[in-house]
Design a protein around this ligand. Sequence first.
Ligand code: SOE
Length: 362
Amino acid sequence: MIGYAFMGRVHSQAWRNVAAFFELPAKPEMRVICGRSKEATEAAAARMGWAEAVTDWREVVARDDVDIIDICTPGDSHAEIAIAALAAGKHVICEKPLANTVEEAIRMAEAAARGPGKSMVAFNYRRVPAVALARQLVAEGRLGEIRHVRAQYLQDWIVDPDFPLVWRLRKDKAGSGALGDIGAHIIDTAEFVTGQRVVGVTGLTETFVKERPLEGGSRTDRGTVTVDDAALFVGRMSGGALASFEATRFATGRKNALRIELNGALGSLYFDFEAMNELWVSDGGAGFTRTLVTEPEHPYAGAWWPPGHGLGYEHTFTHEIKDFLEAIAAGADPSPSFADGLRVQRVLEAVEQSNGAYKEIP
Ligand code: SOE
């Protein structure tokens, strides 16, 4: 694993727990974790269950006893690490968004297509049981032809203008702001649930707080925010649906509200990650009915607790690792692939360039 911060922690718990809950074709061994600071990486290794800690990712990629590389770093290093790992014959799972630019994502998708290793981009919300169930209902035709997709990802962690200029607020590190960090998730979720692709978009972005205190500096030491705080866009889907997307870090009071509503000719469905064990479905009658997605027959749910006991954010990563390992063992292509990640990247770029104009996705 490369990186040990938020994503490193949540992926580590997935690697650690996956074989305890799912019957797997192979059991992962947590060989080595890599980070820039020796002391912090060693502490992370001890806490999270990695056998070794190193500070140079190239050393990890070159090792014969490593089969899988898990990239949990900021976007500016995804392309270099993933392409080197794939060239060394490793399987690669990479955090989202796949890259900081379309050009990098193209190179990553090309390296993935060359193989021989398998690759996956970590859009974990596909693996929420309720989201996977929503996709099943759409695929079974229960909603009929989909007319509307309404997707939102609402957070509020930077509403305070004195929140520091962390890496997620710097274009050189993160590529974009709310757009790439959380907008990428709702593009993927919309495509996954509907089985349709975003084929064109019209968007607007805004940076509300243009300067913030430098990390570790005094409150008066401020730097420029170089990414968007919020992105709104509408789009057309390949199956004819009209879609609206809203990604913001300024939705005061909303912590991690990834929401999606679909309206079809026969019915509708609605999901909100802040109540992630629920899926609301309508057959067009008197409003929506709640399904608690914790029954053994629901996607992934049977591996965990009795009905009604519920899952959390971390389980989505365990499911992701399970699916990745199964695909590798079967010689199949994991999903979402780097090609899927590239498509999302093209939508992000189109939104950034749009400024109110309609952009088709190549
Ligand atoms: C921060 O906005 C963040 O951690 C994202 O980077 C993740 O992808 C999302 O799952 C939660 O919020």
